[in-house]
Design a protein. Sequence first.
Length: 497
Amino acid sequence: MEPSYRLAERPVALPVVEREFRGVWVATVGNLDWPSRRDLSAEQQQLELVRILDTAREQGLNAVIFQVRPMADALFASTLEPWSEYLTGAPGQDPGWDPLAFAIEQAHARGLELHAWFNPFRAGFVAARTTPAPHHVRRRRPDLVHRYGTYYWMDPGEPDAQRHSLNVITDVVRRYDVDAVHIDDYFYPYRERDARGRLIPFPDEASWARYGVATGLSRDDWRRANIDGFVEALYTAVRAVNPHVRVGISPFGIWRPGHPATVRGLDTYGELYADTRKWLLNGWADYYAPQLYWRTDAPQQPYVDLLDWWSEQNPHGRHIWAGNIPNNINDTERGWRAAEILEQVRLTRQHHGATGNVHFSASGLLRNAGGLGDAFRGHVYAAPALVPATPWLGSGVPPAPVVTAAPEAGMRATLLQFGNDDAQAHAVHETGPAHPPARWIVHARSDGEWQTMLLPGRHARARIEWRRGAPPDMIAVSYTDRAGVESVATVLQLESH
């Protein structure tokens, strides 16, 4: 007789799926990670990007942070900024496809989140041999851009510069199915020196005279206020356009030397005019990935002390995901060993306030530096994990899905069917979310042991192979919404005959 299932009559204790952010940055600036060269065909570029995504999935990661705006340019179809020269070698030249749309589609098909990474104010390298496209901000609004050391930089003190960057980011949020937007550690530029070793002042005299003097603030405080205003406006704008899209920031790992007391190093507050602590205290982002690019035993940047400090500045309970740097792994005398990154992951997991790691960058994972990728795949990230939930963006616990179960022809597996697109989601969940599930969670119990599968939200079915030739006696299906909140589970019990 064919096995059949009915809804379980009593609550069942289900396995708990681990929650941990396991991310990797994919840098496009200077063709660091992707594409490897600027003369590749669209097909070759796509194959390279798929290889990065496949590697991320195979090594147990669950999120990719993809750089889509490195130099006030675009790796996506945009009417606001020109196509990036990193795609074709020619600024503004259409590559014939949309890398961001492709990356989202391919990442989601693999159960990976896709975070779109923007640099807010960087506008080009001085040493670049190419001329910006006609509608690049350097040519369209040269009044907003200054030459500073080795860079061209949009002036954060110019309201139009801030508006332009905000418009670019919210345009992506409006048109693309990204899981998050992400900004890095470049606000005002890192300080540079001239040929004689003297500090180069940032050339914002005009914007200071127009907008700063009248505020009564010192110039440094005015600069910080400009960045504070941009960060707050970004968070507010993204919320207004698409409330389920998260906002992430990856600041330099030190706010100020002496905070905590054991730490020395660059003063982000005083040199980049980025009051990252204030942003945390005000809840102006959903996650922070401070760049902790030092060894765990660095005498002036101790890893655990820095994690402690970031977690202690977090009254709103935002996610803290440590930024680590596998790219430092090499075979030179001063190079790191893979064990350093593994230890950083271990320390992060032991920490009370941090729930994941982000690795810089894809190149290090692709080359399996020091066997790190093997360690991720075989041990550290061998068990799948869901991205930590962001419940402050959700609307409560989603309702249970409707699930059907039937034996496969040949009686070797049970086939499950559930909805996955918007129309099906509404039919299945009735009062469910306006977007399809992000991930499906499928548990099956055989001989008292549970097996668990995590499936991309677009999947409409699952196949559970029978152990020892017998069907599972219990099956449970739930899903996470776009905020990562898990639904009520539908639990099916094998009928007795």
